[in-house]
Design a protein around this ligand. Sequence first.
Ligand SMILES: Nc1ncnc2c1ncn2[C@@H]1O[C@H](COP(=O)(O)OP(=O)(O)OP(=O)(O)O)[C@@H](O)[C@H]1O
Ligand SMILES: [Mg+2]
Length: 264
Amino acid sequence: MSSVVELRGVWVDFGGHPVLEDITFSAAAGEFVSVVGPNGAGKTTLLKVILGLIRPRRGEVQVFGVPPWKLGKQRARIGYVPQVEEVDPRFPLRVLDVVLMGRYGALGLGRRPGAADRHAAVEALKLVGIAHLAGKPLGELSGGQRQRVFVARALAVKPELLLLDEPTTGIDPAASESFYELLRRIQKTGVTVIMVTHDVGVISRYVDKVACLNRRLVVHGRPEEVMADAALAEMYGCAALFFHHGRAPHMVVRPHSELREGRR
Ligand SMILES: Nc1ncnc2c1ncn2[C@@H]1O[C@H](COP(=O)(O)OP(=O)(O)OP(=O)(O)O)[C@@H](O)[C@H]1O
Ligand SMILES: [Mg+2]
């Protein structure tokens, strides 16, 4: 199987209510896939299923060809950037220490980081373009710089699969775009990237595939296919309009309030 991530007919319940229904989803080696959908659509849940943190009630999940809860040490092949981490401005750790924390999974408990770990951490910081901030306390960074630190932490294990949950929240549009450029550079090194985002209009320029999730997978395909799919409207429970702006497809989503009457 050439897919790094493969879900077939996956159902997840919380408190007796389905949160994910019959999800069939895949990401091939080296692909950049974005997952979009409204709040509560199950996007974070989907990432947790891929990480093996949540086991579905029904269906099959394979990551690197095995169920993710059986990955064991191979879990280190996955880098994870969780949804926004609030950072206390007094947070004492320096950037390099935070990135080194990413190595602990690979190290095993009780082992102290050595020269190779420091090297990997510095390389990860270089890759995300903030090596010069290595000695700064995390609490003194801007939101965008901090997101890069968390990506560096995930990259420090040299993952083959990188999962990111809304990594550009609170980052200005220009910085978001340079962040997507960064992810594309990471992808070019052979890493499979799955990113949850609300940045629907922009990401289509960067990714290979878009998965629109609203409890069910509404559409899953190349950005231009997804753009052409009227089912997108269903995803937001609203009319999603696409138009082409130069060569880059854009999407306009009307506010929920305008369309709520149309919902079930
Ligand atoms: N641990 C949990 N226990 C019970 N319900 C949960 C749990 N985690 C998530 N849910 C519910 O599952 C649904 C999907 O949540 P999830 O966090 O996956 O959504 P999301 O698409 O990531 O939303 P957002 O865009 O707000 O981050 C929501 O209705 C949420 O309330
Ligand atoms: Mg979420």
